[in-house]
Design a protein around this ligand. Structure first.
Ligand SMILES: [Zn+2]
Length: 489
């Protein structure tokens, strides 16, 4: 029997057990990125928190089915692909691959299904047809199709947007869907949103044929369509950033429940905003950091992951370069603890951990940390409990069980620990120099002084100097002893 995992539910405004309708597999959908550029760390905060949820569920004994879409057709993807003169799919494929590489670097478990909107046009057209047939949608003269908000009395139940706010909200809805919606389309109500956007000259080749005319699906539609296609009309959990609650998730609920007459997602999981140095992230602030930006500053993806997960997912998180430096120290500390706890036993991989975690008992020294994770993903409490428990390392009654308990927490957080020893060679050192360092050190150890000196000279020619201590060394740039892992810009 899987263990209970509690999580705040935006719909009921309460912390509830996550449950699986079939009692076995938690089927969940997460809104994925729009693939028109590199994802920034604010996007990744949401994906990291979803990853931690999935890991906690799996380590608690649940199976999961995780679907995350890729938005590969909308105004931004079309405009940007045209700007660089590439066909839409060539353009979005490239950004999808970068997103996957970034996800792998952050140790995100890949979703079981990662559908794109362009590959699901017929299914989206079928959903629009269903809504038209049930009178929840209508066509306008230009060939667009709109959802008739007045036909769905439950509208607003997730965001609790008031009726009187809807008119004002309509302008917000228009902004989010990326266009200036003038009355020329003859919408019945300003709050109605587009299910299908009629073809415009600016769309170029990017249009599809539907029974009511050429065009493309609206953004909200793809998530209703693909979540229900892969998880069923009713499924267990839906996640995304808080900025998606209204109108995107509200619109998903309206479309889906109007079409099927059944409840859509049973649990709503939203991750709060990421601030950078106390400022909202935006292009104009110049603080839309990507993983690559942080790597150029010398910080590893794992250090970034640590910062992104360490705050409570439901609260805004302030991201700073100082927090990355603190993450580096914390990860080193955990790495040294792992060496001590393992007593030479190999670390389990994630699958092995999932299989063996159920055997752990509640008197495990790392149980309080695990319990904190199951209690609404309280990661900061879990890390606190972990560091407290480590103070007793060496006095544990059952060292192998303690090692397993520690690994369960680290595995749930998805952390890959760095080498416990400080690497004397900065990460930026090229492979050729790295090899010479190893050869010179070996020659010196073997007391081949002449050979060691030759290697030293070749290293110097590449611009590096080894500073020897009694039993160690440090590699520095010749004539420049500043640490290369910092201030690379
Ligand atoms: Zn979505």
């Amino acid at each position: 029997m899987p263990q209970h995992v509690q999580l705040y539910d935006t719909m009921t405004r309460s912390v509830r057990n996550v449950s699986a309708a079939d009692g076995v597999t938690v089927r969940f959908y997460c809104c994925g990125p729009t693939v028109y550029g590199p994802a920034h760390i604010g996007n990744f905060r949401t994906f990291v928190s979803q990853d931690v949820l999935r890991r906690v569920l799996e380590l608690a004994g649940w199976r999961t089915k995780h679907v995350r879409n890729l938005t590969d057709v909308d105004d931004k993807t079309i405009r940007q692909s045209q700007a660089v003169g590439e066909p839409l799919t060539v353009f979005t494929d490239r950004w999808r691959e970068l997103f996957r590489a970034d996800g792998a670097a952050l140790n995100l478990l890949p979703p079981h299904v990662e559908p794109g909107a362009v590959a699901h046009i017929p299914q989206q057209i079928a959903l629009v047809e269903k809504l038209l047939a049930k009178n929840h949608a209508y066509r306008t003269d230009d060939g667009s199709v709109w959802f008739r908000l007045a036909s769905f009395p439950d509208y607003g139940k997730l965001s609790r947007v008031q009726e009187r706010e809807l008119a004002a909200g309509a302008s917000g809805a228009a902004t989010v869907s990326g266009r200036n919606l003038a009355d020329e389309y003859e919408r019945e109500s300003l709050a109605d949103f587009a299910l299908w956007k009629a073809r415009k000259p600016a769309d170029g080749d990017n249009f599809w044929r539907a029974p009511w005319g050429e065009g493309r699906p609206g953004w909200h539609l793809e998530c209703s369509c693909m979540s229900m296609r892969y998880l069923g009309e009713s499924f267990d959990l839906h996640g995304g950033g808080v900025d998606l609650i209204f109108p995107h998730h509200e619109n998903e609920i309206a479309q889906s429940e109007a079409a099927t007459g059944r409840p859509f997602a049973a649990h709503w999981f939203h991750t709060n905003h990421l601030l950078v140095a106390n400022r909202k992230m935006s292009k104009s602030e110049g603080n839309l950091y990507t993983l690559a930006d942080l790597q150029r500053r010398g910080f590893t993806p794992m250090e970034t992951r640590y910062v992104l997960l360490a705050g409570k997912y439901s609260q805004p998180l302030n991201f700073t370069l100082e927090s990355l430096a603190a993450a580096r120290v914390a990860l080193k500390k955990l790495a040294r603890a792992a060496v001590a706890l393992s007593a030479g036993a190999p670390a389990l991989d994630y699958e092995q951990l999932v299989n063996r975690a159920a055997a752990l008992s509640a008197d495990n020294p790392f149980h309080p940390a695990w319990a904190a994770l199951k209690n609404d993903l309280n990661v900061s409490a879990a890390l606190g409990h972990t560091f407290v428990a480590l103070k007793d390392a060496g006095r544990f009654a059952d060292p192998p069980a303690a090692w397993l308990g520690f690994q369960r927490v680290i595995g749930a957080l998805g952390l890959t620990l760095p080498p416990a020893d400080d690497d004397p060679v900065p990460a930026a050192v090229p492979a050729a120099a790295r090899d010479l360092v190893a050869q010179r050190w070996a020659a010196k150890k073997a007391q081949h002084w002449q050979l060691a000196d030759q290697y030293r000279a070749r290293l110097a020619a590449l611009g590096w100097t080894m500073q020897d201590a009694k039993d160690s060394y440090k590699l520095v740039r010749a004539g420049d002893i500043k640490d290369l892992s910092k201030n690379k810009d």
